[in-house]
Design a protein around this ligand. Structure first.
Ligand code: ADP
Length: 193
């Protein structure tokens, strides 16, 4: 299937889990900027050394680095027929950069999906995840900061996509399978176009 999607939502809303499932169901690669940064940090690459100072604080990585990374990734052959972007764009400047990348590629997004979850539920989830996965940015202070960054910088992108008629909102609270079905249902009209 050829579908181009953006998935965003507050930290802990279950974006990563759902992105992996949707990627499988829709047969498009899931491209997670957070995962790519973590892999580079773990691998000790030059990019990893540049970004860890931001990710460890829960701050956004500078747009220039992030935009370049996404531009390169979207140019890979596996993304030619569709993709699911998880965690990008994350502010208004990145929305504009993505717009330009898509214009250059002669394509456009089919849907932008916001997974919603209330702040208390996500802090709980993230603190639990911290004990299982040991993610460096899952300490309570850094989680709170990521939530603030989300509210200030990422939440406003919903309005931009809503004004374009591209936004779909899906409740991320509930059973993992149930949320996947909700998401598939919500994007079905766009995916069928
Ligand atoms: P979460 O949504 O739980 O915060 P992610 O895995 O999406 O987790 O992102 C982890 C971190 O990676 C972010 O806090 C940020 O530092 C960095 N990051 C991910 N995506 C972007 C982006 N599009 N722009 C800037 N920084 C990003």
């Amino acid at each position: 299937m050829s579908v181009r999607l953006v998935l965003f939502g507050p930290p802990g809303a279950g974006k990563g889990t759902q992105a992996a499932r949707l990627s499988e169901r829709l047969c498009v690669p899931a491209i997670s900027t957070g995962d790519i940064f973590r892999a580079n940090i773990a691998g000790g690459t030059a990019l990893g050394r540049q970004v860890v100072q931001y990710t460890s604080r829960g701050a956004l990585v500078p747009d220039e680095l992030t935009d370049d990374l996404v531009r390169d990734r979207l140019a890979q052959p596996d993304a030619a027929d569709g993709f699911l972007l998880d965690g990008y764009p994350r502010n208004l400047a990145q929305v504009r950069s993505l717009d330009a990348m898509l214009v250059d590629a002669g394509t456009s997004l089919d849907a932008v999906v916001e997974i919603t979850a209330d702040a208390d539920a996500v802090v709980d989830r993230l603190l639990k995840r911290a004990t299982i996965e040991g993610r460096a940015d899952d300490t309570e202070d850094v989680i709170r900061h990521r939530l603030d960054v989300y509210a200030e910088q990422t939440a406003p992108i919903a309005k931009v996509y809503a004004d374009r008629g591209a936004l779909v909102r899906v409740d991320g609270i509930g059973d993992v399978d149930e949320v996947t079905e909700r998401l598939l249902h919500a994007i079905a009209p766009a995916a069928a176009r």
